[in-house]
Write a protein that binds this ligand. Sequence first.
Ligand SMILES: [Zn+2]
Length: 476
Amino acid sequence: MTESTDASQPENPIIKISPTATEVETLASAPTEAVTPMPDGPSEYHLSYAITARLDYSRKTVEIEQAITISSLPIDVQTLVLVVEPNRYPDGFTLKSIVVDQAPIEEFTLAGNQLQFELPERSPSEAPLLVRLEYGILLPEIPPPSEMYKPQPYGYTERQLNLVDWYAFVPPLDDQRQWLVHTPPIFGESLVYPVADFTVNLEIAGNDLPLTVAASGSAVRTENRYQFTLQQARTFAISISPDYEVLETEAAGIKIKAYAFPNSRIPNQAVVGYAAQAAALYTELFGPLSYQQVSIVQADFLDGMEFDGLYFVSKGFYDLYDGTVNGYLSLITVHEMAHQWWFGMVGSDQALEPWLDEGLATFAELQYLEAYFPDQVDWWWAYRVNFYQPVGYIDLAIYDYPSYIAYRNATYLRSAQFLFELREQVEVEMYTAIMQRYLQQEQLKISNAETFWAMFADAPGYPFSELRAKYFKQIP
Ligand SMILES: [Zn+2]
């Protein structure tokens, strides 16, 4: 998910082959988590969120009324866990009430990013479970870049306010029907999201200046009120600024909107061009995208980060744009676009199998260059991958890599090497057909490595023992 830059790094004479990602080598290793079996079937239950949010832009507060409808929740699930990321910040989350069906919930535990409570007794034939929450959130200030912490999209800066993972959400159930929530990581991503339908009503107060609102879905707007809908997505993100300039285009039936700060018009024009090319290519290579709009937001923090229908690209990459495709602005724009397919449409457990979406998104950078800039393919291998001399197994959990660099080198860079070798072995045509089948079969689900491999069962070379031994710690 993340690709950090350090824009404060002075440009040096070998900038073309020098690392621009933040080098964080001194992180202590995080505790290891036991591997939980992943659900590989469709979610057993169906989810929808109806959220009414009143944002006070100057106070950085949001008052939220949220209804969560859960259909077909297995009757033996007697406890509900909601993920509340805002509670990880000081005074970040103030719960006012929980009502399940008609029953007020008085007893609950709220710790870290989890809100947990017992469900009232239900009968098997009962209507969908309706959970109503009232709560307030206080947005944190986005901290300046640091070697100690990973970049933080959630919160506000002087010119940007980002609502990401800002509402209470229902995690997936694992095979044992336990709610799947991982420990927040030092680096990498750990949240796992089942698909849901979203209706978000946003009202903005507390600001005299006109504000521009970027979001995961398109809006019906009445003055300072926005009504968004997004079907069958995992996340709903919003980014607001008084300063955004917006460029718009369309590719493969997908509306692409690019939001950038005023001094970034030229790189933003490049972003919208790269994004349109990537959206057209991925539609052809992977299959059609399930939603019709993707917004790209210039991040006022040094990171790229994907959400459904909206992704951030680090301002550092805009600043380093030199008018050519040879830089991270193009690569991360097309990388995060690829996550609309490999994260958004096909979900995965970002904590336990981070290679699955990161590898496919990084490999998509190469596929993009092969299609549009074939003479830059050698540059990509040298600049993006081989420069770092990546080592390590690709299939570890985020908690098992000793540093951000070890994690990035393995799950992004080695995974791209692996996918390249796999495609060489089965040949491009078959690889493309298999990945299209993978998308069709796994869209809306939370996929896993086992299912990925199973897609190749009829391909020559299966089970690819040598290849697996080279890149994977776990071989069957
Ligand atoms: Zn990524």
